[in-house]
Design a protein around this ligand. Structure first.
Ligand SMILES: C[S@@+](CC[C@H](N)C(=O)[O-])C[C@H]1O[C@@H](n2cnc3c(N)ncnc32)[C@H](O)[C@@H]1O
Length: 299
């Protein structure tokens, strides 16, 4: 088995880590471990790319278009980017939204969230809350966020579209906006590449099969890579409304409210604590520490 340190060496030598791990695994799909290993090693690259003027301009155009779409749907009280990476998309969207909004972002990879925190200048009293979390077990309460969007984060989780859509829909209050590879709208060459990378497919069809109201699906006018065209899919939640809560953060196992302490988030339902590491709540199921006496002992 390859150790994380060996993987880092391969990454530093320019190797494509997810491809290497897929080959080791002998399949075209990306496991959670493959996604985490490859993206965590890449941490810092999106922030560094922002110092390239051409990339910065692309980011500005991309994020202002997302903000325009969101503002055309509703005036959100809260917004979430699921799979926030280093916050380079979320920060641009927030800059372009004209109203102030409570914002949230989570990612599987701690290192990427840590870069997002630096990039966005997130402090304790900031309107943005960043945390780690898994798209398959989102640590947020039901219908707790007005607008939930993704930007190429469902992408590497090909084959699990149904589970991901159900989970994203659960936390959505009003609209779910997906900016993901447009497999069905792509050229044969692009399709082949998406298949080789284990990318997601058929999001609108899967959403319709789940009975969701897909109000828009088309190619997005901007895409960083012509071989990975972005499609926009907008889903309007039935009985759309959001619950206003002191905090929408939830235990990833029970999806019930968490209580915040200086060094941990506590789940009274799970009798477990989730650590806060360098200001980042680590809210993945596997981060839970059984601590049935936490409340009594934490004075
Ligand atoms: C292509 S990057 C895009 C990042 C960001 N959305 C942006 O627009 O810059 C994909 C991100 O999705 C995250 N991701 C992929 N699968 C995930 C999962 N199952 N749970 C949480 N995050 C995930 C990765 O860690 C990575 O940061």
């Amino acid at each position: 088995m390859v150790t994380p340190k060996e993987l880092k060496k391969r990454y530093d030598n320019g190797e494509n880590i997810s491809q290497f791990l897929r080959e080791q695994q002998g399949s075209y799909t990306n496991s959670r471990a493959i996604i985490e290993a490859s993206y965590d090693l890449q941490a810092g690259t999106y922030v560094r790319a922002m110092s390239d003027p051409q990339h910065a301009q692309y980011n500005k155009d991309y994020t202002s278009k997302i903000a325009e779409v969101v503002a055309g749907l509703c005036q959100p009280v809260s917004i979430l980017e699921a799979g926030v990476g280093e916050g380079t998309t979320l920060s641009g969207v927030l800059r372009n939204l004209e109203t102030s909004v409570e914002s949230y972002g989570f990612d599987l990879c701690w290192s990427r969230v840590a870069y997002a925190q630096q990039w966005m200048g997130v402090k304790a009293d900031s309107p943005t809350t960043l945390f780690t979390g898994d798209l398959f077990n989102i640590p947020l309460q039901e219908s707790s966020i007005d607008v939930v969007y993704t930007s190429h984060s469902i992408e590497p989780n090909g084959g699990k579209e149904k589970e991901l859509l159900e989970e994203l829909y659960r936390v959505t209050g009003r609209y779910l906006v997906l900016l993901e590879p447009g497999y069905e709208l792509a050229s044969p060459e692009a399709k082949k590449r998406m298949e080789a990378h284990g990318y997601c497919r058929n999001l609108p069809e899967t959403a319709k099969q789940l009975g969701y109201n897909v109000i828009q699906h088309e190619l997005f006018p901007l895409a960083a890579n012509p071989l990975n065209p972005t499609a926009i899919t907008i889903i309007k939640k039935a009985n759309s409304f959001s619950f206003s809560k002191p905090t929408p953060l939830a235990c990833p196992v029970y999806k019930t409210a968490l209580v915040e302490y200086p060094d941990a988030m506590y789940s009274p339902e799970a009798l477990a604590a989730y650590p806060i590491m360098q200001g980042i709540p680590c809210l993945r199921e596997e981060n839970s520490i059984t601590a049935s006496h936490f409340e009594v002992l934490h004075k």
